[in-house]
Structure formats: C-alpha cells, structure tokens
Write a protein that binds this ligand. Structure first.
Ligand SMILES: [Fe+2]
Length: 640
C-alpha cells in the first residue's frame, strides 16, 4: 500500500511516500525550487503544492499516481476557518485573521484535491484526506519513534488554531489530552522576536545563537508582561504586546528598546533579550512537559513542531525534564507533517501495526557516480577519481582545508547530517571566522555544529541520556571542561556544542571519514555545516559545483570524485591570524582564548580562572563600562 503525505498550508512544503508503513522517500520543496522554506507563509499561497517533491516521491517509489492508495494533507481548512476570525485583535485588512483573508485561505486550500488531480493527470479526489495539523506533527514523531507507549508534545506557531498539543500514543492510536490555541504561541513569540531583533521571519536560529552571549535575567521583568506562565504548565501570551498579525513593534519598543534594523549593529541588550527569551522558553516547555507527565504517567516522550528545533531548550529538557526517554524526529518543523500525514492514515485510521522506526534522515534524492562524472565533465571541472573518499576527505580536513562533502541520499529536515555538508577541522580557532565570512556569509556570532562518532560522544559532551534523536543534530550539550580547549571551532560562547552523533549502521561513509579524522588527529569529530551559501541546502551536483566555485571552499568530494578549487579561505585565515581584521567577540572567546592553533593569544588566559565558557560569559557581564566599547581582549588584559 502506498500513501502520499503532503504539506503546503504555510511554509516548508514537502512530500513523503510510504510503502506498507515504511518511508520510501521524503523531501522538502525548497531543495528543488531553491527558495528558503519552500515558500513564504502567505494567505494567498496554500495551494502552491510541492510539485517537484511529489514527482520525486512517486519516482522513488517507482509507481504511477494511479497506484497511490491514500493521500494525506497536513491541514484541516474548515477547522481553521471556524476559529481564526473570532479573535479580537488588530489585523491587516485581507490578511490573517480577517474574514475575507481567512475565507480566501480556506478556499485556496480546498482547491488542492482538484489541483493535485490536474497535476498528476489522475483523479485522486476520492483518496484525499484532510488531517489536523497537530495530529500530523504528533503522528510524525510518535508513529516512527522507538516507543510503543509515549506522551506526545507538539509546539509550533499555529496549526489551524492550536499552537500547543498534548496527547498520548499507544501502539497505533493517538489520544488528544490538552491544547493551547492562538495567540498563546511559543513559536510565534520567537517569530515576533526574530523580526524585532532585525533577523526577519526565519531568524530564530540567529536569536538562539545570540542568546548564548546574553544575560537571561536582564529583561525577565518586562518579558513577563508579554508572557505569563504558571507552574502547572499553562501559559498565556498578551496579544496587546505581541501584535503578532501587525508589522508594528510599538509595544515591544516600549518594553525593550528600539526595534533593530536588519543592518544595524548588534548590541549587548539584543543578546540579553535573546537570552531572556531562551530562558523563558526553557521554563515554559519544562512546565508543559511536567503537565504532560502528570496527565499520562508515561516514561517516554515524543516531540515535534517548530519549537522542537530549539536545540538549547531540547538539551535543557534532557537534563531537567520529567521523562526518561525522548524522541524528536529529524524534521519537527512543518516539513515533517507530510510524514505525519502518511502515518496518521497508516496507523491511526487504517489500524495497521507499528513496525518502522525513523532512525535515519537520509531519505532524499541521490546521484550515482556515473551521473556525477557526466556532470563534472559537462561543467568542465578539474577532478580525479578516488578509491577511498572518506580517507581523502579526512586528510584534507586535518590539513586545514574546507571540504564540501556530497554523498548518498540528501537529508530530510533542516540539518545537513553528513551527506550534503561542508566540513572543517574543529581544532582550528580561525574556522568560525573563515566559514562565516567566506563561505556562509552570515553573522560572526553564529556557532558551528560537530559530527561526532556515536561511541565517543559521551567522552566529549555532557549528554544526560542516550537518544536516537542525537543523530539529528537537535541538542546543544555542554562540552566537557577538560575538552573545551581542544575543539574551539565548534564550542559556542556558552560552552555548548550542537552535536550530531554518527553511527556506523546509519551512515558508514560519513562514519568512516570521522573515524579516519580521529585516527589522524585524536579528535573523533569534524565541524559540520550545511552545504549551502545563503540558499537552501544544495541538492544536485551542479549546485554543489556552483557553491564551491563562489569561493571559500577548497575541495569537493562527491561520490568517488575529488574536485579542487582555489579556496579563498586561506586568505581569510591569514587575515584572521594576523590580527588584521576586527575580530568579533565570539572569535576571541572561542578562538583565541584556549586554542591550540592560535598560540599567540594564549597569554590572554594567564591568571584567569575560568572553569567553563559559561563563567567567561558571566564575567563579561560584570564589566563596569560601556559594553559597546569593550572587547573581550581589552577585558582580559585588564584582568592581568
Ligand atoms: Fe506546524
């Protein structure tokens, strides 16, 4: 039996196809249309179906549209229409929350079965099922989890109306227990704050990274005017301050300060505000987990929804949450709801037994060596065929190169997990500077993740308990104090590192690379950042070549081929190490302070007793002078 799941209501349009309860393929449309998040979340585009994703899924399953048995869509249009126009708040005419806007959104959604029939040249209207958005989030994580019995928590911006959903999963059944609806939304709180801090609609990652530098207490009092939460796990968002459906930030400005423009400098109070939001989010979700634990008495927890991408909160919950074991699927954002649509039909509606565990996110398109070679020749690339790509790539990384790594099937979900990744040496202090400026073209303060051998992870990071989800780069764990100075490129200012545990059974090629790197250097991990510049993660070999050719990357290892480029990163590294650039605070902390590769900065640490990066951050907050004029370097020198 084949089931096709589709998401297109808001953003991250995606498709998934299952055969007899096992995923054959899952992919997000952004990888094909090259638009980040697939499309903007607009009132007039829920009918923009993930056309290429659907075509890919059918091709991967080698079936025609007529062979589809069921099609699940991860949204329930009538349910949304019934509730959203009843909220008394200021809205933009014709947009979200307005009567005419919501009617338009509903009508466009309702046209999707006919549109899909037209697209597939097959009448599928009789097979089409609308499924509640949060049921899809819940199904996307519980039915593919290793648990037969688990509590389920889904938290996002908004589904039809729900923003937080609690339930219980038993075998092939889901039971709803509690819901919280708009405007009480943790997800939207982050969206609003991202806009306010100048990072736009999808800058939540930046807010999360920036929070590591800030004081989580500075804005707690005014923040409590925006959000109130109770010990029993409930929470309320004050819509007067949020103004979510308006572009205005006037109420936030009264509480916190002026709204930051996209190109304006990032000041300390921005980091403090981000840190406050992060701290508050940890507390809210912890409260929700405790409520859910009381309701279910379950030992296991499955989570999904965009908030489950917050790796700081996730790690906090692993340490403080009431559940013994947790599972978060690799695409907990809306992209993952296409998976949930399939499994809600397969398990809950059809009553089929469980039998599939999502233990790998490598579910997307691939390109074999023959096709790669043709493309390389067509693109006039200079390349060699190699026998052992893992060994070569490991050596190149150990020698200080920036290496693009393209192998096997593309990852499903927002993280590059070692098949479409850019790799670098985690020991090199200059790497964050090099990658942020020359390859990723993004803010200096953003941290980099590490891919570590599964067996070695516990020796390097404080991981409270094992979880299958550690494979999906969803947790930022503290680096062990004695190891911190060894991996400056992947240690964030707060002493944590977002990690991906790599297992031999899931990805033998990537595992082999890291194993070889560990043999060469004694460090069983590599820096892993997604293979892209500012666009979505690359999908095709052509996109891989184009990204490399734009500069900063020295080598591409693609299948069994090695392509070399004139890397701009070495020039950037020279600038960094000569001190000729204005080094951002993060580089000074992560790089110069404890690095083995920037010995000239070691003197900065002399006489300063730091047990961890957290203490360093706290010490910085004690500065009695204008924070805008203080560099860490000056501070450290003043302490000597
Ligand atoms: Fe969602």
């Amino acid at each position: 039996m084949h089931i096709l799941g589709i998401n297109s209501a808001y953003h991250e349009p995606s498709a998934c196809i299952t055969r007899d309860g096992a995923i054959v393929a899952a992919v997000e449309e952004e990888r094909f249309n090259r638009v980040r998040h697939g499309k903007p979340s607009l009132i007039n585009n829920p009918h923009h179906l993930p056309v290429e994703s659907i075509r890919y899924c059918l091709a991967a399953a080698s079936i025609s549209p007529a062979q589809l048995d069921h099609i699940g869509f991860s949204f329930n249009p009538p349910k949304r229409l019934a509730k959203n126009v009843r909220i008394r708040e200021k809205v933009n005419p014709g947009d979200w929350g307005s009567k005419e806007g919501e009617q338009l959104f509903h009508d466009l959604l309702m046209s999707n079965p006919e549109r899909l029939s037209h697209l597939l040249n097959e009448d599928i209207t009789g097979k089409f099922k609308w499924i509640d958005h949060h049921l899809c989030h819940a199904a996307s994580t519980f039915f593919v989890s290793p648990f037969d019995n688990a509590a389920i928590l889904t938290t996002d911006g908004i589904g039809e109306f729900t923003s937080t959903w609690m339930g219980h999963g038993h075998g092939n059944r889901l039971t709803r227990l509690w819901e919280r609806g708009y405007p009480h939304s943790v997800g939207f709180l982050w969206t609003k704050m991202s806009r306010f801090l100048g990072f736009g609609e999808y800058g939540q990652w930046k807010v999360m990274g920036l929070g590591g530098y800030g004081d989580p207490n500075r804005f707690m009092k005014p923040m409590h005017k925006v959000v109130h939460y109770a010990p029993d796990g409930n929470y309320w968002v004050n819509k007067r301050y949020m103004q979510f459906r308006l572009d205005s930030h006037s109420e936030f400005e009264k509480l916190f300060g002026p709204c930051r423009g996209a190109d304006a400098p990032i000041e300390d109070w921005h980091a403090d505000l981000a840190a406050t939001l992060q701290s508050m989010t940890n507390s809210i979700v912890l409260g929700l987990e405790r409520r859910l634990h009381r309701l279910t008495g379950a030992q296991n927890l499955c989570r999904a929804g965009g908030v489950a991408l917050n790796c700081v909160t996730n790690a906090f919950l692993e340490e403080h949450g009431p559940f013994k074991r947790t599972f978060v699927m690799p695409a907990p954002n809306d992209g993952g709801t296409s998976v949930g649509a399939c499994y809600y039909i397969w398990n809950h509606l059809l009553g089929k037994p469980r039998g599939y565990v999502l233990d790998s996110a490598l579910l997307g398109p691939s390109c074999d060596d023959k096709a790669v070679e043709l493309i390389l020749k067509k693109q006039q690339a200079v390349f060699n065929r190699i026998e052992h790509p893992e060994q070569l790539a490991a050596r190149l990384v150990a020698d200080g190169n920036v290496v693009a790594w393209y192998q096997g099937r593309m990852e499903f979900g927002p993280r590059a997990l070692g098949d479409r990744s850019i790799l670098a040496d985690p020991r090199r202090a200059d790497m964050p500077f090099v990658l942020n400026t020359k390859v990723k073209h993004r803010e200096h303060f953003r941290p980099f993740a590490a891919s570590v051998l599964e067996e070695a992870a516990g020796h390097w990071f404080d991981i409270p308990r094992p979880s299958l989800s550690n494979r999906f780069m969803l947790y930022a764990y503290p680096v062990k104090a004695e190891k911190m100075g060894l991996i400056p490129a992947v240690t964030h200012i707060d002493g944590t590192c977002r990690i991906q545990c790599v297992s031999l059974d899931e990805n033998p090629s990537y595992y082999g690379l890291i194993e070889e790197f560990g043999r060469l250097t004694g460090i069983p991990m590599v820096l892993n950042t997604s293979f892209n510049e500012t666009e979505p993660i690359i999908c095709s070999p052509e996109e891989a070549l184009n990204t490399c050719r734009r500069g900063g990357i020295d080598h591409l290892v693609i299948g069994h081929f090695w392509v070399r480029f004139k890397g701009a990163h070495k020039r950037a590294a020279q600038v960094y190490n000569s001190g000729g650039s204005k080094r951002p605070l993060r580089d000074l902390v992560v790089g110069a302070v404890q690095s083995q590769t920037a010995p000239k900065h070691h003197h900065l640490l002399d006489g300063i007793d730091y047990e961890s990066r957290r203490q360093l951050t706290r010490a910085r907050r004690e500065l009695p002078v204008d924070p805008d004029k203080v560099t860490l370097e000056r501070f450290l020198l003043s302490r000597r």
